[in-house]
Design a protein around this ligand. Structure first.
Ligand code: GUN
Ligand code: FE
Length: 455
């Protein structure tokens, strides 16, 4: 993506990734003219690789290389409950389905099992960066961060803060314990990855309903003391949630922007999930404070009670930062391709509802939201989200021909690259995502036997 509405498709290029996983060179070529030897020489001219470090590769027939997907809102402990309770209102769904499920993460063995499946499953879907809500448990959240490091996924990981309106079996002991455990998790994540190259902590008050004022204020203090940390929460998701929030915090007159703002939780590193119901005041306020929106079009239309997705066109028009979240498990799918398609479908419904004012999203726009848009919301736009010299190489090799490559066998010989790309976005699935790289390291996919590892 060059901008929210412009895509550049490069038919032939040379890309050199240095041993730290950064893009060193991106040159457009007239045609795919390099032999293996020439490719090797061109790379060696750019970066002094030591013996064994240099691997050269040509994309195969019908293959494309695209930036990795950035899923800026999802819940790792809901991985095994995806698809349950569709159609329920949010607070009922939380108490009947989600809290009993997330309570199981008090068991570290169970947490390791599900979190391993979750991180592997996301990588299989080409999600190279994810912003994860953990459960309320500090130990399980540390395990989630460990697994992201082990598996090589770029991630934000946060323990959910929940000090009230939660069942006895699934709640923080007290505000002070909740804050102390948050600090403990921050230290753990920093010790794993001191420079935050791959995994970082994200401050995660679940939502205002489940946090008392001491907790919200304490988390705001932590955010202020740690300017590098992102913050994430649920925001104006559904009427039932908004009414309950207003009942608990009447002094904010129904404005969640005023509420979270008062506690110091809104800033340029804040990721606000959903934002389905936004008046002009709230939009302007989150824009002024440089918050980003995680648009979750699947869960918006399956869980929560609104069954209408957020006004993304308006966010784009107002230049509010926006990216996509699978929100799995409220969202039934952890595929960013499914999420892009649903974003498009929901935007067309909004176009009709707004009598043509809010135009539906294009392929270029949903792709932007799934890559550079999400990276921007996470304040990682200098690092990931597109292929540019100096950024880390987070990329996906997409196969569009041959056996076992999904439904993409419908590509025809005279299809342009634009057409192949559009067919992949609209009809592809994880079978088309044949290799996945994060920071230059391959995290999914097979190459020829005997080929050196990139590690
Ligand atoms: N609001 C508070 N918690 C949640 C959650 O787990 N999922 C969704 N969709 N909304 C929430
Ligand atoms: Fe959510």
């Amino acid at each position: 993506s060059l901008s929210p509405s412009t895509l550049e498709i490069i038919p032939s290029a040379l890309l050199v990734i240095d041993p730290q996983g950064k893009i060193n060179t991106l040159v457009k070529l007239e045609q795919n003219a390099f032999s293996d030897q020439q490719l090797e020489q061109a790379a060696l001219n750019r970066v002094p690789f030591s013996p064994g470090q240099l691997i050269t590769t040509h994309l195969g027939p019908g293959q494309l290389l695209i930036p990795g997907f950035v899923d800026i809102h999802n819940h790792a402990p809901q991985y095994a409950q995806r698809g349950l309770g569709q159609g329920m209102h949010i607070l009922d769904w939380l108490s009947k389905i989600t809290f009993p499920n997330e309570a199981k993460f008090s068991d570290p063995i169970y947490a390791r099992k599900i979190y391993t499946a979750c991180v592997d499953g996301f990588l299989r879907q080409g999600i190279t960066t994810a912003s994860y809500y953990g459960s309320v448990h500090a130990e399980a959240t540390k395990i989630l961060a460990d697994i992201c490091m082990e598996r090589g996924q770029r991630a934000y990981v946060g323990k959910c803060n929940m000090t009230r309106n939660s069942p006895d079996f699934y709640v923080d002991n007290s505000a002070s314990d909740s804050l102390a455990e948050t600090r403990e998790c921050i230290s753990h994540v920093r010790s794993l990855d001191p420079e935050g190259r791959l995994v970082r902590y994200v401050i995660t008050p679940r939502f205002a309903i489940s946090c008392d004022e001491e907790t919200l204020r304490g988390l705001g203090d932590i955010a202020r003391e740690n300017e590098d940390l992102a913050v994430q929460t649920h925001f104006n998701e559904a009427r039932q949630e908004m009414e309950e929030t207003q009942r608990l915090f009447p002094r904010f007159g129904g404005s969640e922007a005023d509420l979270y703002g008062e506690f110091g939780l809104l800033g340029k590193r804040t990721i606000l999930a959903h934002c389905c119901y936004m008046d002009g005041y709230e939009m302007e306020k989150i824009k002024r404070l440089e918050c980003g929106v995680a648009h979750c079009p699947i869960s918006n239309m399956t869980v929560g009670g609104g069954f209408m997705a957020a006004p993304v066109r308006e966010f784009l028009d107002r230049k509010i930062k926006v990216g996509l979240g699978t929100d799995s498990g409220g969202g039934f799918s952890s595929s960013m391709l499914d999420t892009m398609r649903q974003a498009m479908i929901a935007s067309h419904a909004r176009e009709v509802m707004s009598e043509g004012k809010d135009k539906g999203l294009s392929i270029a726009e949903v792709f932007y939201l799934a890559t550079l848009g999400g990276a921007t919301v996470c304040c990682l736009e200098d690092k990931i989200g597109s292929f540019e010299v100096g950024k880390d190489f987070d990329g996906l090799v997409i196969g569009t021909e041959g056996a076992n490559q999904g439904i993409m066998t419908m590509v025809e010989a005279n299809d342009t690259l634009e057409t192949v790309f559009e067919k992949f976005i609209m009809t592809g699935d994880d079978r088309n995502i044949v290799e996945v790289y994060v920071q230059g390291q391959r995290v999914k996919g097979q190459r020829a036997p005997g080929e050196q590892s990139m590690k």
